[in-house]
Design a protein. Structure first.
Length: 267
């Protein structure tokens, strides 16, 4: 699917320069499934990596990886970002790169995906879904099973973007955990959480002002794809995924929520 994503530029580079972060000593790749909080994680970690080490040429995905192998060059030690499928090429190219894997509960992901496709920020082959003619239940079903030749199914996305990477040396970040600790930075649990994340990213030593940096990077006003910053949505979506669609996910991707660590999470 060819799409145009319109996102208002942020102003975080000035904050990064102000914090004067120490250089990375190893390449770092932030991988994620789309609509899982990619901008939140990226913006937080930008506060800990010099601007000149932030690879900005492209959001790296399977179709363009061959044109952006410099992002993984151990002589430059970039932090790069993307939605990269697991297969032989990426496994080889990222063998010596620190890898962070971000994902979210599939129940929430379906709603987030639908919301983004309905917004003005997304422009592609789905404009016919934005005029309110499709029932909300049918829209959510499409987010699970996909649209032939246009939108991949949930199972396809999670299988290659997430589950297959779990067998590699990735450090897992669940969106829900990240949000929880961002909102409680003064707790010992948050300090331990971010210390582990920074270690996995090769950010050392951890600066004394790490909390301030996290707060600046996590400012939702700086994320053009944060829920409240999406515009033009004319269809009201539910706050939680209906039970029948939760059951559809279990049918379409049995065991998915269990392997991702959400089996005990309330539905």
């Amino acid at each position: 699917m060819q799409a145009v994503i319109r996102v208002k530029p942020d102003t975080l580079d000035a904050d990064t320069v102000r914090f004067a972060p120490e250089p990375l000593r190893q390449p770092l790749f932030l991988n994620s499934i789309p609509k899982s909080g990619s901008h939140l994680l990226r913006n937080i970690l930008r506060m800990f990596v010099p601007v000149e080490q932030q690879y900005r040429e492209q959001f790296i995905q399977w179709p363009n990886i061959r044109q952006h192998l410099d992002a993984f060059d151990s002589a430059r030690n970039y932090m790069s970002f993307g939605h990269l499928f697991f297969t032989d090429g990426p496994a080889i190219e990222l063998a010596d790169v620190r890898k962070i894997l971000l994902y979210r509960d599939p129940h929430e992901w379906v709603l987030s995906r639908a919301r983004f496709y309905l917004s003005d920020e997304f422009q592609g082959e789905l404009e016919h879904l934005k005029d309110g003619r499709i029932h909300v239940d049918d829209l959510l079903t499409l987010m699970i099973f996909g649209i032939r030749t246009v939108v991949p199914s949930l199972n396809h996305m999670y299988e290659l973007n997430v589950v297959a990477w779990l067998g590699s040396d990735v450090f897992v970040v669940r969106y829900e955990d990240l949000i929880e600790h961002v909102q409680a930075l003064e707790t010992n649990q948050a300090e331990s959480y971010f210390a582990a994340l920074f270690e996995a990213c090769g950010i050392s030593p951890v600066p004394a002002n790490w909390k301030e940096r996290v707060l600046v990077g996590a400012d939702r006003r700086q994320s053009g794809t944060a829920r409240e910053n999406l515009t033009g949505i004319r269809t009201k979506l539910p706050d939680t995924l209906p039970a029948k669609h939760q059951q559809m996910i279990e049918y379409a991707a049995p065991g998915l929520r269990a392997i991702l660590g959400y089996a005990d999470r309330a539905r």
